[in-house]
Design a protein. Structure first.
Length: 269
């Protein structure tokens, strides 16, 4: 990619196809389990500042806002922010939000205080310089804060093409097919993303495969199963290898290694 992707031209289609689908339901359910774990890293009475970076219509941070947390939502797409505002207003959560029309790279100019948690979900693969974008974003995190990163998995993309028999496409290096506007042009190597986070002083705490087998099923309309069974097994297998590494996306989260002032005060006490 030569520039970061802006979804202004297909915002409504994106919301319908990504969030309003079985794939989206699995993604939300699996990642929310991790978000629950992340919340346990903080005192239950603490009101967190959440940065939903490139958050689109804010499907995950709306759940956190409903629990009383404060959210800064930024997106490069003004259309996405308009749709997000509608959803947020309908749920009576607008007072919990600061909506910022900006790129992830410039969000630091709009933050009054460092976030306790950064959500950076399914954005990295749409950027021209993913390593630099991620490392710059993580500089905004409060010491002791949590980074939650979900990315399009290159291993999953390769496996999908292999099981579908697209071997010539694989041999050609899997060039992006422009007709698939909602598919990122290229996945990211998991070990690279993990290393970039560790280079930014993030201690990795958890890794989860997002849709570890659903997308590889030949026909999700035929077979001896229900969607509820698929969901249950996805949630059961998603934190075990080899399933983690086969997820179409991978959610990885970790904590900034520098202690927060609150933690320092506890140690001094």
């Amino acid at each position: 990619m030569t520039e970061d992707k802006n979804f202004d031209d297909i915002a409504h289609k994106f919301v319908k196809n990504i969030y309003g689908s079985g794939k989206g339901e699995i993604r939300q359910a699996v990642v929310w389990q991790d978000i629950e774990q992340i919340q346990h890293c903080f005192p239950p009475e603490q009101t967190l500042h959440i940065l939903d970076a490139g958050g689109g219509v804010a499907p995950m941070s709306r759940h956190l806002a409903a629990r009383g947390h404060r959210v800064t939502l930024c997106d490069l797409s003004s259309q996405m922010l308009d749709l997000a505002r509608q959803e947020i207003e309908q749920q009576g959560l607008l007072a919990q939000y600061q909506l910022v029309h900006s790129s992830v790279q410039t969000i630091g100019d709009h933050l009054s205080d460092p976030p306790d948690v950064i959500l950076f979900h399914a954005v990295l693969e749409w950027t021209a310089e993913p390593e630099q974008v991620l490392k710059d974003l993580l500089k905004q995190l409060r010491p002791g804060g949590i980074a939650s990163v979900m990315f399009y998995n290159q291993t999953g993309l390769l496996f999908k093409n292999l099981v579908c028999g697209n071997l010539t496409h694989v041999e050609e290096g899997m060039p992006h097919r422009k007709r698939f506007k909602l598919q990122p042009p290229k996945g990211l190597q998991p070990e690279s993303v993990y290393r970039w986070m560790q280079d930014s002083d993030i201690i990795l705490k958890g890794k989860t495969g997002v849709r570890t087998f659903h997308d590889y099923m030949r026909d999700t309309n035929i077979g001896d199963f229900t969607f509820e069974q698929v969901m249950a097994l996805e949630q059961q297998l998603c934190r075990q290898e080899p399933f983690v590494s086969l997820g179409r996306y991978i959610h990885v989260w970790g904590q900034h290694s520098a202690p927060s002032n609150q933690d320092k005060n506890k140690d001094n006490g």
